[in-house]
Structures are given as C-alpha cells and as structure tokens.
Design a protein around this ligand. Structure first.
Ligand code: AAT
Length: 291
C-alpha cells in the first residue's frame, strides 16, 4: 500500500517485486535511453540495474552469460563470425572469447553509458571488450541488423533487456527476419526469452514467430538465475535452413575450446548443463508445444 505500490507496477511482473539490500550506491545516472544504477549489495556483490530492473549481479552473472554464449557456440562445429546484440557490460564477449575458432565478434549496444559505467564498476565483465577480435558498434540493433550483409554470421546472440523501452522491437517479427537474413545457412540464434513462470504468452509469440522464420530448428531452453524475476530465465535458440544443428547434443564441447582457461574458469556451463537446459517441466511443455 501507499509508497510501496510503485514497486509492484512493473508490467513485466505485475504484483511482485524482488529486493536486494543496498549497502552503497556506486553510480546513479540517466542516459539517453534509460536510468542506470550500480550498487553494492549485501549478498550478491555489485548489481547493475537499468530502469529499475536487475540486469546482472556479480554473484550470479555467470549463469546467464555463460549459458547465452555457449548454448549456441558449442552447438556449431567451428563458429567464426559472431554478433552480440546488447550486452554492453561485456560479459557475453568475455564468454565468446573462450572460443578459439572465432575470428570476428561484432557487438551492437545502444547505450554507450552502459559500456562506460561497466568498464568502471565491472572490470571482470568489460574485459570482454579487450579481445582484439571485437568491433564495437554503438547504436540500435534493429537498425544495425537491417543494414547487415546477408549470411555473414555463424551465430547471433541477443543479450537484450526486457521488451519495454529500447528493446521493444527486439522481440518483434521484423527483427527476427533480419536476424535470419544475417545468418548463414545453418547459422544459429540465441536470444533472451524471459521466464516460463511469468511470460507464457510472450514466449508463445516468440516461438510462433521463430518457427515461421527459422526453418532449421527452434527450441526453448532455460536456466536458473536467482536475481531475475522468478529465479529463472529462458532462451529461444534457433537455426536457419542449412546444415542441421542438433542443439541437444553439442558438437563443440567447451572443454576443448576454452582458450582462456587460465584467465577465469567457467563457473556454470558444462556439457551436462547444456543438455539439461532443454528439459521442460510438464506445464511448460504443454503450454509451449502448442506453438
Ligand atoms: N548481460 C547483461 C544483461 C542484459 S543487458 C541488456 C543490454 O541491451 C543493455 O545494455 C541495453 O542498453 C541493451 N539494449 C537494449 N535495447 C537495445 C537495442 N535496441 N539495441 C542494442 N542494445 C540494446 C540483459 C538482462 C536481461 C534481464 C532479464 N530480466
């Protein structure tokens, strides 16, 4: 009631709110696109918040970033050209860097301030930008993909925020069509696809768009991230028509690829977690298999 009401008004999860105790506010600012907050929490380390929504915490970022990067890249025999959409903190770049087959990593992040703030407060994530294979493009990914050359990427990873604000277009059909065009035949997409506990309709919409757009295979996978609403997050993982991709049985195990093993060990991803990510609870199977 009263003052606390605003915390229950997020349209992505009406009537619920998740809280972490703030020990110290480290940065608070407003970019052209969103409000940015970094704070030190009591039990999850530093936290990045955009427009009031937790994007990552030091303690559990590994679960999200390792899964969103390695689910697609370990499913291809030898990925070379990779595009990241969003991901301005650099964490997904850090994970892609482990793959020694990769020759080029483009990243299109809309908000330069996210990149700068993360460089200062999350150096163990933004070190991803130091990889010489990375080219940064600051701008709207919807526009970037409309202009991308046909068939140029082996994999596209969409690490974007929730579809309110600047990421709205990134769950709509035209965006998926430009992704399919930018992928080579048998190329793969992995995009953040919200929670099966909270967003059945959104996931169903994404599934039907993806099934119409990606003629290889389309799957929903998920993992546990304690600080995301409902404690879990999903991924839509798809391939274009071409050499078939068997997402459930990764052909390119990370154990063989990890070129930077000495710098930072994987904390979450392994081949067993990869395979397990595609298993769905009965309720989700029923809801999602219709689409
Ligand atoms: N790896 C951290 C997790 C994120 S960050 C999402 C990023 O997507 C943000 O930096 C945001 O600025 C960027 N972004 C949003 N819209 C666009 C766009 N149109 N083009 C390019 N970049 C964009 C995601 C956490 C998911 C949270 C789930 N609840």
């Amino acid at each position: 009631s009263g003052e606390s009401c605003k915390y229950f008004n997020n349209p992505m999860w009406p009537g619920e709110a998740h809280s972490l105790k703030v020990e110290k506010i480290l940065f608070k600012g407003k970019s052209d696109y969103q409000e940015i907050l970094v704070f030190e929490s009591t039990s999850y380390g530093k936290v990045l918040v955009l427009d009031g929504i937790v994007q990552l915490t030091e303690k559990d970022e590994c679960a999200y970033q390792e899964m969103i990067a390695h689910l697609p890249l370990c499913s291809l025999p030898s990925p070379k050209n990779v595009l990241v959409v969003g991901g301005g903190d650099g964490g997904v770049l850090r994970e892609i860097s482990r793959h020694s087959s990769v020759e080029r990593i483009d990243i299109c992040e809309i908000d330069k301030m996210v990149i700068d703030v993360c460089e200062k407060y999350f150096p163990y994530l933004s070190l991803g930008f130091e990889d010489p294979r990375v080219s940064l493009h600051v701008g709207d990914a919807a526009k970037f993909l409309r202009e991308a050359s046909e068939g140029m990427y082996d994999a596209i990873i969409v690490d974007s925020s929730d579809p309110i604000g600047p990421a709205q277009e990134l769950v709509e059909r035209p965006f998926f069509e430009t992704i399919a065009r930018a992928l080579r035949p048998g190329g793969v997409l992995c995009t953040m696809a919200e929670s099966m506990w909270l967003h059945t309709h959104l996931i169903q919409d994404m599934l039907s768009i993806c099934r119409a757009t990606f003629k290889g295979s389309v799957h929903y996978a998920w993992t546990s991230v304690p600080t995301y609403p409902s404690g879990s997050i999903g991924f839509m993982i798809c391939s274009t028509d071409g050499p078939p991709v068997d997402f459930l049985n990764p052909v390119n195990p990370i154990e063989k690829q990890d070129a930077r093993k000495s710098q930072r060990e994987l904390k979450f991803y392994n081949t067993e977690m990869h395979k397990a990510a595609f298993a769905l609870p009965s309720f989700a199977k029923k809801e999602l298999n219709k689409f």
